[in-house]
Design a protein around this ligand. Structure first.
Ligand code: BDR
Length: 315
């Protein structure tokens, strides 16, 4: 499966990207790195570091946006992801911040068309820009997997909003309105995607190398941040990892089909994801619908994570 990733690494993006690069059936054909958990510049450096670490320097690293469509100054999240987005790790000085321009997105789409799956792990700004620039090309894409939203459950940055949708709610709503074959992976399931210290230790036993060390260090940092946020938690939620794992494992998540919109006003509901879950919503056959993940097979998620992450890595 050919996959174009949109991301803002970030600790859980990092683990999701590593998982995708290691997965035998996922071929990452490009990574767009924009602002989000960190600045755009840092996201590019972190993306380049991950590609170098895994011997994937030839995958195009595409520069995304510096801030949201709303024109606001983006907040970053060093308390959760670390000052540079990789917990305690600073990518070595030798890592370049080389990138290719955004038009590479369209080259990739034109090359792979309906073989291509797009996955977004951060703010939706870059994907919304792609829709605004070239909606026709994007119609060719096979499917979109989007980490974002919280349906009838608490948000993680406000009472009702999840970070990726809240960070650029206008972009999120544009994507929901324009994209077809969309799989939304919201907090409803990602807050069940708990990775614990013992899972990480199991992976580390098979990966006692630079890759394994990175995994342990970013995990420890992320877990400490989560312990301050969620009383009694023994691990951390890996939202983005779950989104990428859903690609190779269609039975991992149970979906409900509804039209999704995102509030992009400036009031209390900003960033809230909205779908009509009333028992008999009157959906017309022409109404656009998204697949919303509401159930997770946790055992399969953990088993799959260990299986993929203990696979070959160059030392
Ligand atoms: C999302 O926000 C970020 O903190 C994570 O990387 C994830 O993409 C979860 O709300």
């Amino acid at each position: 499966m050919k996959v174009l990733l949109f991301s803002d690494p970030g600790i859980d993006e990092t683990v999701a990207i590593l998982y995708a690069l290691l997965h035998p059936f996922i071929e990452v054909v490009g990574i767009v790195t924009g602002y989000g958990n960190v600045t755009r510049e840092q996201a590019i450096r972190n993306g380049r570091y991950l590609l170098t670490l895994t011997g994937n320097e030839d995958i195009p690293l595409i520069a995304g946006a510096e801030g949201p469509l709303t024109g606001e100054t983006a907040p970053y999240y060093p308390a959760i992801h670390g000052p540079e987005g990789l917990g305690p790790i600073n990518p070595p000085e030798s890592i370049s911040a080389e990138f290719v321009n955004f038009d590479e997105v369209f080259k990739i789409i034109d090359q792979f068309q309906d073989d291509l799956v797009i996955v977004t792990l951060g703010r939706l700004t870059d994907l919304a820009i792609a829709f605004l620039l070239g909606e026709k090309s994007l119609k060719e894409v096979k499917a979109f997997y989007i980490m974002g939203g919280a349906f009838l459950v608490p948000g993680n940055v406000t009472a009702v909003a999840e970070a990726n949708f809240h960070g650029d709610p206008l972009a999120a709503d544009i994507v929901m309105e324009k994209a077809t074959n969309v799989y939304v992976i919201p907090l409803n399931v990602t807050t069940q995607a708990l990775i614990t210290p013992s899972i990480i230790q199991t992976v580390y036993k098979s990966q006692q190398n630079e890759f394994g060390k990175l995994l342990v260090e970013v995990f420890d940092y992320y877990m400490k941040a989560y312990k301050k946020l969620v009383p009694g938690i023994n691990g951390a939620y890996f939202h983005d990892l779950l989104t990428v794992s859903a690609l190779g494992n269609p039975s991992l998540l149970g979906y409900v089909e509804r039209n999704v919109r995102v509030d992009h006003g400036t009031g209390l509901a900003r960033g809230q994801s909205i779908a009509d879950f009333r028992p008999k919503p009157e959906l017309s056959s022409s109404e656009k619908r998204e697949q919303i993940a509401l159930q997770l097979d946790y055992q399969s998620f953990v088993y799959d994570f260990i299986r993929i992450m203990t696979g070959p890595v160059s030392s």
